[in-house]
Design a protein around this ligand. Structure first.
Ligand SMILES: CCCCCCCCCCCCCCCCCCCCCCCC(=O)SCCNC(=O)CCNC(=O)[C@H](O)C(C)(C)COP(=O)(O)OP(=O)(O)OC[C@H]1O[C@@H](n2cnc3c(N)ncnc32)[C@H](O)[C@@H]1OP(=O)(O)O
Ligand SMILES: NC(=O)C1=CN([C@@H]2O[C@H](COP(=O)(O)OP(=O)(O)OC[C@H]3O[C@@H](n4cnc5c(N)ncnc54)[C@H](OP(=O)(O)O)[C@@H]3O)[C@@H](O)[C@H]2O)C=CC1
Length: 425
């Protein structure tokens, strides 16, 4: 049995963001490889008229958890959905649930965040900074806590070209930002946000950087690590290839290509695109939890989960591979047959956006209107073009991330764990 999987046996684990893309894969891996764990607490908010319990039931009955039901038949008894809202200062957790979390938790995985690039700064600060501060305060009151693992992003310092596995100071003190969000109204925040965010591209990456500073400032005597994944894509191997449940990161672009919506993408073929499969990120996350709890490094460690310097893939390779795949495995109800190419400057991008994106959508909607059906393609195409404009910053440039700590950790693993845990090297 894997040393890491054995470590989580008997453990009480708290996962925030467990209903999200990464959180679900983390939870699935834990139940499938450490079925003798004691309990996984997950902070779940009511959503879309579903109670937390209903949401958990839906997740456990999804395709992602099919293998879990075979190896961990009592999974329903081992998962504790705690009603919580990280937008509230006390997370809106009951006193009884808080007491249980504080007295029982051994490991915390903090995945919850708002990952939208167009989120309001107030919301991004509340979730990515203040909630992290609040969770660290809770963690400091957990007598059995062995490790606190914070999930950040490799782009928290995207204003730099070369990023090491260290925490870089932000130009603004996180506590001052948190306090100011409590009394400034939205109009003022909208006015000053660009100045506060500075040379970060959006509120998401800016508040993830602030969140890292809070982790450093509020670490107290906690045994903490930060993991910085780059662009996280669908599963590579576990529990099965190709699982994804949202349109974030690469997923929306690949699906839009397969549906024949995307015909032109501004990218430079020689540029490296740093994408990592979500199961690789989860494997590293569990390895870090084990390492921090068992080896107890004397200081907080940052781990980059990036592929660029270990197993680089550029646009010139990724693009044609994606295109060939979506042609070989056609999507249902495609708008057009998949066919796309790169554009390399603003003029050609504008031209192909008009000729291959906007015009066909307008013509299609006109036909829908003529036949008495509701036009919808123009709205969808405008959303796609807006999404592309928001991710353009991350596509048109490249970064270098050092991976010393991650490679060091890989060298500490048993041969079996190393075989399972990473494909980056
Ligand atoms: C030979 C040449 C071939 C060339 C073509 C081949 C393609 C090759 C592809 C290769 C891989 C691509 C890699 C691309 C890399 C992308 C860079 C990503 C950078 C991430 C860096 C940071 C990573 C992180 O740390 S966090 C990452 C997670 N966050 C994100 O990814 C961004 C989060 N998303 C957002 O911020 C929003 O989605 C936003 C603002 C982009 C759009 O918001 P909006 O309100 O417009 O939409 P949603 O609320 O998301 O959805 C509403 C609605 O629209 C539909 N929809 C949304 N996006 C798409 C889409 N891309 N395509 C189609 N439809 C979309 C969605 O389904 C919703 O529909 P409803 O019916 O309303 O539910
Ligand atoms: N996806 C990617 O490409 C990358 C992600 N990351 C990081 O990984 C982590 C997870 O990202 P990912 O799984 O993609 O994000 P998702 O958006 O899929 O999941 C976010 C999670 O946070 C939870 N959450 C959001 N707001 C609240 C709230 N108010 N109260 C309680 N829970 C809340 C969501 O719950 P709910 O289901 O109720 O909305 C969800 O479980 C984030 O920290 C992100 O920064 C880092 C690099 C790349």
């Amino acid at each position: 049995m894997s040393t890491i999987a054995a470590f989580y046996g008997g453990k009480s684990i708290l996962i925030t963001g467990a209903t999200g893309f990464m959180g679900k894969v983390l939870m699935e891996k834990l139940f499938r490889t450490s079925p003798n764990l004691k309990v996984i607490y997950i902070l779940v908010r009511p959503k879309a008229d579903q109670t937390p319990q209903q949401r958990v039931f839906q997740i456990l009955n999804s395709k992602l958890f099919e293998k879990v039901k075979e190896v961990c038949p009592d999974v329903h008894e081992k998962i504790r959905a705690i009603s919580a809202d990280l937008n509230q200062s006390d997370f809106a957790i009951s006193k009884e649930d808080t007491q249980e979390l504080l007295s029982c938790t051994n490991i915390v995985f903090h995945c919850a965040a708002t990952v939208r690039f167009d989120d309001h700064l107030r919301h991004a600060v509340q979730l990515n900074v203040a909630a992290t501060q609040q969770l660290l305060l809770m963690a400091s009151q957990m007598p059995k806590l062995e490790a606190f693992i914070h999930i950040s992003t490799a782009y928290s310092n995207c204003n730099l070209k070369h990023i090491d596995e260290v925490i870089y100071p932000c130009p603004v003190e996180p506590k001052k930002i948190i306090d100011s969000m409590e009394w400034l109204d939205d109009a003022v925040i909208d006015e000053i946000a660009p100045k506060l965010i500075g040379d970060w591209p959006n509120a998401y990456t800016f508040t993830k950087a602030l969140g890292e500073m809070v982790v450093q400032q509020e670490s107290r005597n906690l045994n903490i690590a930060i993991i910085r994944p780059s662009i996280v894509g669908a599963t590579w191997q576990e529990p099965f290839p190709g699982w994804v449940d949202n349109l974030n990161g690469p997923n929306g672009i690949i699906i839009a290509t397969g549906k024949g919506l995307l015909r032109a993408l501004r990218a430079t073929p020689k540029d490296v695109l740093d994408v990592v499969p979500v199961d690789i990120v989860v494997n590293l996350t569990l390895a870090v939890g084990w390492y921090m709890a068992v080896r107890r490094p004397t200081s907080m460690l940052i781990y980059h989960c990036t592929s660029g310097n270990l197993n680089p893939c550029n646009w010139g390779k990724m693009g044609p591979q994606v295109l060939a795949t979506v042609k070989k495995f056609p999507f249902e109800k495609a708008f057009r047959r998949p066919n796309a190419d790169f554009t390399t400057n603003t003029i050609t991008t504008l031209y192909w956006n008009t000729v291959s994106h906007r015009a066909p959508a307008i013509i299609y909607d006109f036909c829908l209107w003529l036949t008495g059906r509701k036009p919808r393609m123009t709205k969808l195409m405008n959303r796609l073009i807006r999404s592309l404009s928001l991710v353009e910053y991350f596509i048109k440039q490249t970064w270098e991330w050092s991976t010393y700590n991650t490679e060091m950790l890989m060298s500490e693993l048993s041969p079996e764990d190393r075989r399972v845990r990473t494909a980056l090297t």
